[in-house]
Structures are given as C-alpha cells and as structure tokens.
Design a protein around this ligand. Sequence first.
Ligand SMILES: *Cc1c(COP(=O)(O)O)cnc(C)c1O
Length: 426
Amino acid sequence: MTSSNQTLFEKSQQLIPGGVNSPVRAFRSVGGTPIFFKKGLGSRLWDVDGKEYIDYINSWGPMIVGHAHPEVIKAVQDVAENSLSFGAPTGLELEMAELINKLVPSMEQVRLNSSGTEATMSAIRTSRGFTGRDKIVKFEGCYHGHSDGLLVKAGSGLLTFGEPDSGGVPASVAAHTLTLEYNNTQALKDLFAKLGDEIACVIIEPVVGNMNLIVPHVEFLQTLRELCTKHGAVLIFDEVMTGFRVHLGGAQALYNIKPDMTTLGKVIGGGLPVGAFGGRKDIMQCLAPVGKVYQAGTLSGNPVAVTAGLKTLALIQAPNFHVNLAAQTTKLIEGLKAAANEAGVIFNAQSVGGMFGLYFCEHCPTSYHEMMQSNKEHFNHFFHSMLDSGIYLGPSAFEAGFVSAAHSDEDIALTIAAAKKAFQSL
Ligand SMILES: *Cc1c(COP(=O)(O)O)cnc(C)c1O
C-alpha cells in the first residue's frame, strides 16, 4: 500500500529539488521517506496518513510552548485582521526591542529581520564595518545559516584559510573565514597571537546544537572573551538556537559571559519567520541610516511574525518555566541512558535547558572530530525504530533534539518505552 507520505514525496521531487525546502528534511542521512505533516497540537504531530507522533524537533526549536498554543494562535489571528504587513514601523517592533533588551541586556540596540541566516550575515557585516577588518573566525561543526562566508570548512592544518564547504561559494569569499576546533583553547591563543589584530569578529554557538549537542568548556569561552577584548575583535554569540531555550537570557546568562553582539532566531518568532541581531550601541550605530553599513528587509519586523514571538516570549517568562523545561529534558535523557544501559548498548546523552544530544559512543563529544566517532548505523536504526513507535526525532545523527513545555510525563514515559524496544533491537 502506498502511503500519502510516499505519494507526496514522489510528486514533490518532480518540482522541488530533493522534494524539500531545506536539505535535512529529506531523510538522506537516515534513509526512508520523509514525513509530511498536517497538524500539530502541544507535543503531538499528525502526518498526512493520520499517524500520531511525539515531536522532539519542535520545528528545530521555535515551538518551545508546544504546537498551536491557543494564546499564540489567538494573538496572531487578532493582529492579522489589521493587515499582514506595512513595510513601515509599528509599535510592536519597539515592544520586541524593549523585551529583547530586558531579557538579553548585552543587546543594547537591536534590529529585527526574518531569519537566523540574515541575523548572522548582518552581524558579521556590521562587525566588519565597525572594525574595518575582513577576517572572521568560526568553529568547526558550528552552523550559522547559509550565507556564503559561513559555509566554510577548515583548511588543512591549523591557521590555514578556509575552503568552501558548498558549491557556489567563491574560494575568495571563503578565504576570509578562519576555522578552528571547538573547545580548543590553545588553537585559539595561537591564532590570536598570529592574526589577532586582523580579525573583525569571532562567531560561535555558545552551546553547539548543529553537530548534535556540544557543551562548551567555560574556560574556553572565557579565553575567547578575553582575546577578543584584547585585540578589538567583535565577539558574536550566535544564540539563534540557544536564545530563550537554554535559559531565559540565553547561553550568555547561563555562563555569565557578555558578547559584543548576539544573533537570535527560532524561539523569537514562535514558529513564524523572525530573526534579530544586536549588541553594543557603538557597534550597532554603524548601521544605516545612522552609519554606513547597509542592511534592510521588506518584511523585517513583520507585525504578525513579531506578535507570535512576543506572545511566545510572554509565555516563557512564567515562573520556573526554564527550570521545569530543563527538568523534563533531564528526565528524558536519564530514562534513555538507563534503557540503553539495560540493553547493553554503547550510548550517552546530555542536555542543556530544553536542548538534548544523543550519542552512540561512550563519552559525550566535545568537538566535531569526537562527534564523528558516534555510531551512525546505530543511530539510523534507532531513529527508524523510534519513528515506527511514533517518536519523531531529528533525521540525522548530528542534530540536537528539543523538548517543549507541552511534553508531559506521559510523553516522556512513552518515549522511554519506545527507546527500550529500539535499543533491544540493536
Ligand atoms: C538555525 C540556525 C541558524 C540559521 O537560522 P535560519 O532561520 O534557519 O536561517 C543560524 N545559527 C544557528 C546557531 C542556528 O541554529
């Protein structure tokens, strides 16, 4: 019997490259047919065949209060009646700027746009305009959206210039991007000793969620902060994923480190397209129309998207929201570890706030290289067994998972029961 998922996927591939509008959705890494969804409510999703799932992707993070939260939906419906867009300022944008500044005080000034990619791209341009320097530094395995200069892999050897990681990126663009190993403090010191005064900015995921979950060594982040200050390089925390998720004030509040600039996305739009970048006022004053760094957007600060974000951010300010989210996520990973242990499977897991990582290796990895040691075949088998049981995990061994406030004890128990079965079949 052909499922509606299969039919839709076959037809989609005729008209949409790979059948998807973002590559990881295609299930290439795990194999099989991607699921086409038609409804979500709270922690649950339903696909086009009517099958129900417990969702651990949460649209890659934004759905932190659960799908179709009645207050978010109502707020969006109400504001939509006043028109979907003006291309002119609204009071809602000011409300959002005030709220961002309150929750993430290092963002003294902020500008809204429509995606995380735009936020990081614009933060980098601003830092180049501010410093008058071209070189940027990123870390291996960190993802900062799909702009040209950020799709770069490490060259051979330390301190070499980057090479493009994607077709269509000129080598001359990638050459300005230097790539270092995450959590490698010595490599950082070496690079700054050699090129520190030529570096416009360092961009980093302060907790990495794009090569599965990797936790920073606090001393690594502190050294990074000191070196950037010493050499006048702009430190950008890319909190598109971690913002409002690992802590109400983001990873910078969790680790008590103040970046010069911050980028936001995902949760800040509550499921609609919103991104933001901001930071020190002297840096942000470089932006047009006050400064000479150009940045713009037809739908930037869109009233409907901003309203979905404002309502979501209002809900997550409830007392103990993040304490409860973290506790629920911990319950999940402890249950998964116990289930793997019982089945004798080599497995580990950890969480930060409402983000978690699952690894088919003994220790929780601390770098891209270590992450690559995780047993991909085991993950893929585990993924499909969980999917059969109605548990929807990220379709790749190298993605983080997300818990929402809607995930109940029953959801966690059902997930652990499914995992027992999955681990035992390995
Ligand atoms: C998702 C993500 C981005 C890109 O955001 P988009 O909205 O997909 O463009 C950038 N940085 C990080 C850390 C992300 O997780």
